[in-house]
Design a protein around this ligand. Structure first.
Ligand SMILES: Nc1ncnc2c1ncn2[C@@H]1O[C@H](COP(=O)(O)OP(=O)(O)OP(=O)(O)O)[C@@H](O)[C@H]1O
Length: 348
């Protein structure tokens, strides 16, 4: 898919350039990139708030009304007629960084808004609004107006509103960027819960790797309108390939990992027969005692300097900082051995 804009001086800008993305039902798919990478444009193309310059957007529809997965048909949303587009948009909720609530309406009225547009009866609306406010934990704030709510509460109202028509897809455009870290976490927990309880596919854009780490099962990294790397969150965190991705991932682990003392030791030990290694291993490898095996195999002294367990989405990633006393030949053999056992190692 391509989206280009024409600027006032006649130049063209490719906000989205040759993007090919597949998102599966039930995914929490993160799209990450720096400012101007094209994330907002991409997400706005997905519900046709923007029209692509070229390409297609296929949605898989379950043709079987019983809800069994027996028969799928793919439809290009760019070919939808008005009624189909209206229905598709109804089933595609969206939340935004600045919440976009109607200030003249109270919480219940904000949540009721899409149901009114869909022509629901008043009694049904009241019942559904109560259900939705219960889901987002705001049953006691029905009568409040947006200005009386915190940022996190406003986002909860926006989420309730986005869920009103039982969407299949929820698009999230930097929904936590205006929130403090603790509120961000509570909103991310809520999104994860919604994904789990209602099977809603969530596509979220963010410039925060922490958001990806916490809830996404898959991620695409965007730069200059293109996807430079994509995969499961686990793959991306364990072995990022692209330089930009490495930078994003490094930010996270270095914050947790590198203490001042560690940096000092690293400098002191840059020469001599001691090798510092940062190891990363996943849950399949946790159960095997690789360190003991390494000591037995190479007859070397290993000091464990530190470590932490990181939870990426629902996946456990172990990080271990070790120091090995060995000669150069053995060092190479050890690194080869680690690679053979699929343990990521970085010499510090
Ligand atoms: N309506 C428009 N007209 C012209 N250029 C646009 C338009 N919308 C976006 N762009 C340009 O397209 C590029 C991608 O913008 P976009 O807003 O999608 O990036 P982003 O990754 O969401 O950035 P941010 O995180 O800052 O919101 C930018 O260079 C932007 O200036």
């Amino acid at each position: 898919m391509v989206k280009k804009y024409k600027l006032a001086d006649g130049k063209e800008i490719f906000a989205v350039n040759n993007i090919n993305l597949e998102i599966e039902k039930g995914d929490i798919y993160g799209i990450m990139g720096l400012s101007g990478a094209g994330k907002s444009t991409l997400i706005r193309l997905l519900n046709r708030l923007e029209e692509p310059t070229s390409g297609q957007i296929l949605v898989e529809e379950n043709a079987d009304s019983n809800g069994t997965d027996s028969d799928f048909s793919k439809k290009n949303i760019l070919e939808f007629n008005e009624a189909e587009l209206r229905e598709y948009r109804k089933k595609t909720g969206m939340i935004f960084q600045h919440f976009n609530l109607l200030n003249s309406r109270n919480v219940a009225q904000n949540v009721a808004f899409p149901l009114e547009i869909s022509g629901w009866q008043k009694a049904d609306i009241d019942k559904r609004v109560d259900e939705l406010l219960e889901i987002v934990g705001l049953s006691d704030r029905k009568e409040n107006y947006p200005e009386q709510l915190s940022g996190g509460q406003k986002q909860r109202v926006a989420i309730a509103r986005a869920l009103a028509n039982n969407p299949k897809i929820l698009l999230s455009d930097e929904a936590t960027s205006a929130l403090d870290p603790r509120t961000t976490n509570s909103i991310l927990d809520l999104l994860k819960q919604i994904n789990k309880d209602f099977g809603i596919t969530i596509i979220l854009i963010t410039h925060q790797m922490e958001v990806i780490r916490k809830i996404c099962n898959k991620v695409a990294i965007m730069s200059n309108g293109e996807i430079v790397e994509s995969g499961t969150t686990k793959q991306i965190f364990l072995s990022p390939k692209n330089e930009l991705t490495k930078e994003f991932v490094a930010h996270l682990s270095h914050d947790t990992f590198r203490t001042e003392e560690e940096i000092k030791r690293r400098k002191e030990n840059s020469s001599g027969g001691k090798l510092r290694l940062k190891l990363k291993y996943n849950e399949e490898q946790v159960s095997r005692s690789y360190i003991a095996e390494l000591i037995r195999t190479f007859d070397v002294e290993v000091n464990i300097l530190g470590g932490f367990i990181d939870k990426v989405s629902n996946i456990i990633i172990g990080n271990l900082l070790i120091e090995i006393t060995a000669n150069e030949k053995k060092v190479h053999e050890i690194i080869d051995w680690l690679t053979k056992h699929k343990i990521d190692s970085e010499v510090l």
